[in-house]
Design a protein around this ligand. Sequence first.
Ligand code: UFG
Length: 317
Amino acid sequence: MKLLVTGGAGYVGSACSARLVEAGHEVVVVDDLSTGHADAVPEGCRLVQADVADVANTLLGEGFDGVLHYAAKSLVGESMQDPAKYWHGNVVTSLRLLDAMREHGTPRLVFSSTAAVYGEPDEVPIPETAPTRPTNTYGATKLAVDHMITSYAAAHGLAATSLRYFNVAGAHGRYGERHAIETHLIPIVLQVATGQRDQVQIYGEDWDTEDGTCVRDYIHVTDLADAHLLAIENATPGQHAIYNLGNGTGFSVRQVIEACRTATGHKIPAQTAPRRAGDPAVLVASSDRARTELGWKPERTDIATIVEDAWDFTRSR
Ligand code: UFG
């Protein structure tokens, strides 16, 4: 298939583009390089450096079989301080993209959604039927796009899938995480091992969990990429499928730091810090639906493998 990948120079977008190329698809990446890197775009992909909202209509006029939409603003803290950046960058841009798809009859869409749409969960593991009550603007904008996609799919026959990621981690070969502003736990911990930071701060050790630190569901980016491949290849016209992507197993902040100590052989000093605003205690996915309906089988589920792959990537740079 000829596929348009928005945000294909970013962490998840580049890993997924690589996976699509490996599977034999033709990939065109559109990315404004505001947070992505040109050298992360896989070989064999054409890169169009532009804002998706500006070029979606012209590009889709070339004729594409589908779009995988990763381009987004994704910092929770920033989304609370500068909501306009998120409503424009995530919602307005997605609307322009959907309108261009409708105009040119582009049949398939896979959208990067997030566990942040659920907010503080009533039950864990979280199923797709859980109430959506985002506690931050980032999650609210992603949920708004999910709603737009549902109505466009029903009215215009689009074959669409939203994939709600839990905590994406690890690396797919040379495609890994390198953000200018790093807020994610595993890359921060690895920066201590490389000497870029002196220590890691643990945001709260008084949570209602076994060791008092927050629990998250870490999913390997290669397993995530496999889910995108299944989603774009198996979408049904007129339907909007929604799947959670996680492993169904939670690891605490302390367990993650310990796994990083083992992988790196570094002591990784850690210090208790105050809780971070908006953090739920436990976020673990039920991804039974993705396993049953998509036939998705995550294969890199243990935290040691996830951290080792992230460490190999970090060391290679
Ligand atoms: N944490 C620390 N110290 C740090 C960084 C993080 O203790 O220096 C803790 C956080 O408090 C949290 C856990 O490590 O308990 C994981 O934090 P991340 O920032 O790595 O990930 P989040 O769980 O906050 O965020 C992820 C995605 C978001 C998404 C959210 C859904 O990265 O995009 O899940 O709630 F919005």
